[in-house]
Design a protein around this ligand. Sequence first.
Ligand code: C2E
Ligand code: CA
Ligand code: CA
Length: 752
Amino acid sequence: MGLVVAIGIATSFVISAVAVRRAVVEQQRRVASERVVAAEHWFGTTAETLQGSVRDYARWDDTWQFLHGERPGYESDSFTAESWDNLDLDAVLVGRPGALILAGQRRVVGGATQVVPAGPAVLGAMEPLLREPTERVGLVQIEGEPWLYAAEPVTRSDGTGGDASVWVSARRLDAARLEGAEQLAGGALSLFPTTSPPPPPGPGSGQAAVRSLALGPGFEGWSARLVRHETAGPRVWSQLTLVAANTAALGLVVIIAALLLLDKMVFARLARFGEQAARIRGGASDSRLTVAGTDELDELASAVNGLLDADAASQTRLRYDALHDPLTGLANRALLLDRLGAALSRVRRSPDVRAALLFIDLDRMKRINDHLGHAVGDRFIAEVARRLSLQVRGSDTVARLGGDEFAVVLEDVASFDVAVSRARALLAAVRVPLLEAGHSYDLTASVGITVLRPESTEADLLKEADTAMYAAKQAGRDGWSIYDEAMHGRVTQRLATEQALREALKGPNFSVHFQPVVDMASGALLGFEALSRWVDPVRGVIAPDEFIAVAEDGPLIAELDAEVLERALAAFAPWVARLPGLFLCLNHSARRFESPELIPEIASALGRHGLPGSALVLEVTETQFGKSEDRWRDRIETLASLGVRVALDDFGTGYSSLVRLRAVPVAMLKLDRTFVEDLVAGNEAVAVAILQLASALSLPVIGEGVESASAAARLAELGCQYGQGWHFGRPVPAEEAGELVELAAAARSAAS
Ligand code: C2E
Ligand code: CA
Ligand code: CA
């Protein structure tokens, strides 16, 4: 920086020095030539004034009269020492050669002028000038000095009366007189005859400039020389020193101004940026660098601000992402817990504050995912999320906990009734059919409700709402349930049962019993229904209705069905050899039936035990059929291609049994025990209708729960071919069932 400024100053100095020098030299040259002209002019003027004074006297009537002896007092009156001084004359001669009338010479004594008769040197040099009666000026040399003279013939003032008398005045151009010219010329002047050599220049005139002056009329034959000392150099250098000092001072001012400007424009702003940056780093995320104009620093500040904005946006984004579910944009579990915590502290602070937590689980979402794919499933979930959000108020929080689980914190719920009506509204919103590829799908949800109490924790509340939701599912889905303590016990119990069953499944405490299916007319053994049995060492016998229900809440039921398939087939395979045509009915839950493993597992199990497909009947409960008939039809047809039949279990208890029958190609119906009981009680209508329908569709029917001979007889009369119930035989262990097979085989061979 300093170097740049120094180089700048030096350069400017050199340039200005050259320029100044040139200007000074030029100026001096011009002044010098002007002075020469002035000096030359001085000579001309001196000659002219002298000539003028001579002319005045020569053409004055008083002079003429005096010359002719008519003015005796002329000399003392008009030609006094004073007038000599005024006219600056040194010698005056008037007359003709040899007839001088006036010849005087000035002498200065003690500073006073005295006019004395002209001495011989003056006379000798000037008398000859009287010979020529013409008007003229010129120079004569008297005692080595140049005298300027002017001559004029004496006449009357009108020019008459001339008689060859001449007036000559002279002025000695000595050093003192030349001083005036020297002042004008600015140097030493010397006047000398052109023919004689010039006088030597004065001392110290080594660097002097010597010039000859051009002298005008009257100075013919004379030369004037001007010797002037060259003062240009030192003067120029002193001026340059001044310039340099000025330049340096200016440079200093410029540097100080530049530093001040730099401070104001750059350093002060950088310092401010630094303070602002520190503030931003300290957490004032909304503050930004000041942008005042459009210079480079402002651009830099704008760029930094841009980066800060982008950073703030991505931070906001990150914060948002950390607390929200990406699929639905709802709060995630973390944010829900946060809001729940806040609601809890409000409840703890004031007993008047009421809030509720709702746990929402979509019913059968897994089936939607399996049937329509996860992309559609995700769309449905997003749509449900949107609907839930529309149902709540701004102060409430809707969160997605994962999968098809949602939770809602309802603030300001005055009573249970309010919480329930809000839950109902949410359920109704979910229930609106969803459209996908031109089809409409029904979705429902189960809602568990719990109320925030001062002593509860977030984890407690989530567990409670989950438990209540579970209860709502148990109660048949598409409903709500409020958490209570007993519910907790039941749920705990249920979970314990599920765990115990999982452990028992492969062991000896779990077994398969077989209940005979007989020909109604002959009572002959046609097959068995396999029924699972579980005896817990602590709790004793656990009813299938209980543990099947527990297993059906999760994936355990598919495991159970597969286990029963394997164990039942193992027992059953030898019996078929004894009694060809014997079939085995296996209960299969919907989850198992829909599993992709079903067909390959059944095919391989049949192969392993050397059984034809026709030996197997899969019982599926009608109510579990669901709505995706197309897929069920596929399943049933694939099983049929293996020879495996499908029976609709508990037929008549579902809602759309008749419609369903046309759509799904089942091979057999099982008339539910309740209708057989009705039948016994005298209410035959449903049983009759079902049996007539089955006959119209040529579907064989197994009457279930036949406990008495009369029931059996009546069913047979109504056209029910097969029967199952205590009347024909209770479910028994495999050994006992084997014995039944032996008996039947013996009976058959006896009959044939
Ligand atoms: P289900 O398929 O309707 O089975 C018939 C039920 O009726 C059996 O109950 C059987 O013991 C009972 N039963 C048979 N004859 C009579 C009778 O004359 N009177 C009365 N009152 N009951 C009779 P169980 O064994 O308790 O099984 C209950 C349900 O559990 C079954 O109903 C079936 O839906 C399910 N289940 C049993 N084992 C399995 C299994 O291995 N897999 C699946 N998915 N479900 C099973
Ligand atoms: Ca059954
Ligand atoms: Ca049944």
